[in-house]
Design a protein around this ligand. Structure first.
Ligand code: NAX
Length: 334
């Protein structure tokens, strides 16, 4: 029988999922010749909306989409999944403290960690998108001890793409894909550190460092970093809704590179379990530059020189993650 990749998307009635399901079902992520089964999880009150999404997927009459399952039951949703894209989370409501949001969402990811442990394939690849993404990922992995820790990641690829795009907009005649080796360090939050100290622009067979191409260190140290850190908020302000198209696109980029491997010499940023590299506390889910081999194993790019400016920013975002973890562990202990 043919091999079908089973892909779970949570928060499937939400706005990111609405931009995410079509590229997956069309073969943009796993391959144009790879059939997929989509499993869509959302909460009970969203089942009618989710049914509308299923109707639309059906109406696309896609050649690779073998089956669609829509459910509000985690024991159904996580059964034998190859890939789990954990997008669903509780949105931040007016007057809600960051702490309240964290508490609500960490409970969701405890429950989904337990479900992964019990029902998913042990080879499952997990991408946590729902915020706070790093800490949710930490909790999810903790409650799925039978699944290797390397199989858990969280999304910081949108931050990487935002950084590449800002550099491209600043340097005449350069496109975002000409910019490589931008690194996102740490938390997917406003403390993240978008680092261009190792980044290069490749154009017409030539390579030039981003710092040399931009020729404005003050802009790179201040406005550039701030713009990337606060881009999500800027989109919300403009659209009155959070990033969805760009987030879905970043999820596809993240998952495609994980599934197929990164091209020779290319790095991508993703939130993964720290090995202790760069003095980051082991097992924290921290965004690092990684390369990925054909066996779907990622490896942190080691040995990059870190100056005082970077060190300070890398430590600040680590500290925020340590604090989030303490709050999270307090919340899930009973
Ligand atoms: P929406 O509110 O449009 O959709 C979320 C969906 O999740 C809703 O349909 C909701 O019913 C569902 N949901 C809630 N609890 C659930 C549960 N226990 N199981 C399954 N489904 C559940 O949000 P959307 O704009 O799609 O964003 C989803 C998440 O992505 C948010 O947490 C958001 O903060 C986060 N983001 C993360 C990004 C990243 O780079 N890591 C960037 C984009 C985005 O802001």
């Amino acid at each position: 029988s043919e091999e079908v990749i089973t892909v779970l998307v949570t928060g499937a009635a939400g706005q990111i999922a609405y931009s995410l399901l079509l590229p997956i079902a069309k073969g943009d992520v796993f391959g144009r010749d790879k059939p997929v089964k989509l499993v869509l999880l959302d909460i009970t009150p969203m089942m009618a909306v989710l049914n509308g999404v299923v109707m639309e997927l059906t109406d696309c009459a896609l050649p690779l989409l073998r089956e669609v399952v829509a459910t509000d039951d985690e024991s159904v949703a996580f059964k034998d999944v190859d890939v789990a894209l954990l997008v669903g989370a509780m949105p931040r409501r007016e007057g809600m403290e960051r702490k309240d949001l964290l508490a609500a969402n960490v409970k969701i990811f405890k429950s989904q960690g337990l479900a992964l442990d019990k029902f998913a394939k042990k080879t499952v690849k997990v991408v946590v998108v729902g915020n706070p993404a790093n800490t949710n990922c930490f909790v999810c992995a903790k409650f799925a001890p039978s699944i290797p820790r390397e199989n858990f990641s969280c999304l910081t690829r949108l931050d990487q793409s935002r950084a590449q795009a800002q550099i491209a907009a600043r340097v005449e005649g350069v496109a975002a894909q000409d910019v490589s080796r931008v690194v996102i360090w740490g938390n997917h939050s406003s403390t993240q550190y978008p680092d261009v100290r190792h980044a290069v622009i490749s154009k017409d067979g030539q390579q030039i460092g981003v710092q040399d191409a931009v020729k404005d260190d003050s802009w790179l140290k201040n406005e550039f970093i701030k713009t990337v850190q606060t881009r999500g908020a800027a989109v919300i302000k403009a659209r009155k809704l959070s990033s969805a198209m760009s987030a879905a696109n970043a999820i596809c980029d993240h998952m495609r590179d994980w599934w197929h491997g990164t091209p020779e010499g290319k790095w991508v940023s993703m939130g993964v379990s720290s090995s202790g590299a760069y003095g980051i506390e082991p097992e924290l889910i921290y965004s690092f530059p990684v390369t990925i081999d054909k066996g779907r194993n990622w490896k942190i790019v080691e040995g990059l020189p870190i100056d005082d400016f970077s060190r300070d920013k890398m430590d600040k975002t680590m500290k925020e993650l340590q604090e989030e973890r303490s709050t999270a562990l307090e919340t899930v202990k009973d």
